[in-house]
Design a protein around this ligand. Structure first.
Ligand code: XMP
Length: 512
């Protein structure tokens, strides 16, 4: 990464900070989110082409208001302050921030001076998202106004000589029409970036760095078949070939045919040293009779470690362990976590059960969409790259109540039909997660002239961006009808299909 141009994003606590970093990268410029109190030396060392101050919930008058050093503005590096970032810049440079009684919220018409380098290509009136209480009342010396709304006299300001810019609105969100162009203008017109951040340059650079770092030493990777570990494994294998060993545990709780698919892709397509451990029986016997979801998770987590440890021991000491950590994990681990509703969501700590010397995290700096692009760049098939999220405990938390081999196989069949029909209808990219659940409920039905007493399958499909909240997907009736009819006709021991029409909150996405 050291060869890429960099834009630093100083994090003042705003909710859209990650989004700003992503927008910058979408403009082909590498960006990093750093704490607002980063030292001047550190900034100089990183040598950024530009700095963006994010918004934040504080008021510059607040007792614990996050502040930065005044000297940042004299480094000769262009700065763009967004919302709180603009107010802070104003206050530090001798302007005035005022506190009206009312806040301005929502997409608002902003009149701008489109001769400013920041607004090239815009009309004079634009709908941007405003979300603030305080506003810039008096500009610091050397600044001029380049934008206003009906209730905010200084919605955009600049000191073009010092390359300092401030905007009260949020260009990073979708509610701001063409907002990314404001960011692009800052990057290209003001910071003079050339746009060298592409996934192919990332792949090339990473392979080179991994080669240098790992040399001919031994690397181990726990492959789950999920997007992150798959992309990480392929990237490392491109750098070190057979010195990488991947261990793939098939605990029998994967979806229909998934274990075989993973094996084929990694062994056949990428010629990776893959050890597939078939340990279905082991997991099933540990889970026998267990109904409590959290116990299931705990048992699976522990057993996973045990099996992995045993397999790793067979390989002996390795020098490196690959982890599929991605950038949002890195950013979030620096911030407070909200309360845990279900355990096992976050990877906890270093795996001290494997004998290794160092961790390699080749995706540490990538957002999820960049991980996917990297996967495509590496030739990983689309269906794996765009795979929907799948929980670590797998189907164990989709069989409600106790788990048996028969129940798992009913669920796998029903789930596979549901996924197939969603794909046939072309809905697989717009629905973010969809799956079948084997409820523990049996009910009476009639097939032919026979009374049946069989299981109810529930279908779950949600649309969400963050998986923290989500709405149930309005799948057309005809498709639901087809799925339902196929499931009751093709899957033995299912005589009823229901569709879950609860959003999150109050329900969660998984049933357990
Ligand atoms: P919930 O059910 O909490 O799920 O709304 C939110 C997202 O997290 C996934 N999920 C899990 N992932 N281990 C995981 O690795 C788990 O125990 C787990 N439980 C839920 C779920 O599939 C959804 O994407």
């Amino acid at each position: 990464m050291k060869n890429n141009e960099l834009v630093l994003i100083l994090d003042f606590g705003g909710q859209y900070n990650q989004l700003i970093a992503r927008r910058v990268r979408e403009c082909n410029v590498y960006s990093e989110v750093v704490p607002f109190d980063i030292s001047l030396d550190k900034i100089k060392q990183k040598n950024p082409k530009g700095i963006i101050f994010t918004g934040g919930p504080a008021s510059v008058y607040g007792e614990d208001a996050p502040k930065c050093e005044e000297a940042i503005f004299s480094l000769g590096i262009p700065v763009l302050g967004i919302c709180y970032g603009m107010q802070l810049m104003t206050q530090i440079l001798g302007g005035n921030v005022a506190r009206p009684d009312k806040r301005e919220y929502g997409t608002t018409d902003v009149q701008i001076d489109n001769t400013s380098l920041l607004f090239q290509g815009f009309d004079t009136k634009n709908g941007f998202l405003m979300s603030h209480t305080d506003y810039v009342e008096k500009l610091p010396e050397g600044f001029k106004n380049i934008g206003y709304t009906a209730s905010c006299p200084n919605a955009a300001i600049e000191n073009s000589e010092k390359q300092l810019y401030g905007i009260q609105f949020h260009p990073e969100v979708n509610n701001s029409v063409n907002g990314t162009l404001v960011i692009k203008n800052f990057l290209y017109n003001i910071c003079h970036c050339s746009g060298d951040w592409t996934m192919s340059s990332f792949v090339e650079e990473s392979i080179k760095t991994l080669k240098e770092k790992i040399g001919d030493k031994k690397v181990l990777c726990a492959l789950s078949g999920g997007v992150d570990s798959s992309v990480a494994a392929v990237l490392v294998s491109k750098a070190v070939g057979k010195n990488l060993t991947c261990i793939f545990l098939d605990h029998g709780l994967l979806r229909k045919n998934e274990g075989d698919e993973v094996e084929t892709i990694f062994k056949k397509q990428f010629d990776i040293n893959l050890i597939r451990v078939n340990c279905q029986d082991r997991f099933l016997s540990k889970l026998a009779g267990v109904t409590d979801p959290e116990r299931k998770r705990k048992i699976i987590g522990e057993e996973f470690i045990r099996v992995f440890e045993e397999e790793a021991k067979k390989i002996g000491t390795v020098d490196f362990l690959v982890q599929g950590t991605i950038y949002p994990d890195v950013i979030e681990s620096g911030l407070g976590k909200s309360s845990v509703i279900k355990s096992h969501h976050n990877v906890g700590g270093l795996p001290d059960y494997v004998d290794f010397k160092e961790i390699v995290e080749p995706l540490r700096n990538l957002f999820k969409d960049e991980v996917r692009k990297t996967g495509l760049e590496l030739g990983i098939p689309e269906n794996l790259v765009f795979r929907q999220p799948f929980p670590g405990p797998g189907l164990a938390i989709r069989v409600i109540g106790d788990i048996t081999e028969d129940k798992l196989s009913i669920l796998k069949e029903a789930d596979s039909i549901f996924r197939e029909e969603i794909a046939n209808a072309g809905l697989h990219k717009s629905i973010n997660q969809y799956f079948a659940v084997l409820t523990n409920l049996k009910s009476v039905g009639v097939m032919g002239d026979e009374r049946t007493y069989d299981y109810t399958i529930a279908l779950r499909a949600v649309e969400t961006t963050d998986f923290m909240t989500g709405v149930w997907s309005k799948i057309p009736y005809e498709i639901l009808e087809k799925v339902s009819s196929r499931i009751v006709n093709e899957v033995n021991h299912v005589n009823r299909v229901v569709y879950d029409i609860t959003s999150k909150p109050p329900a969660t996405i998984e049933w357990e």
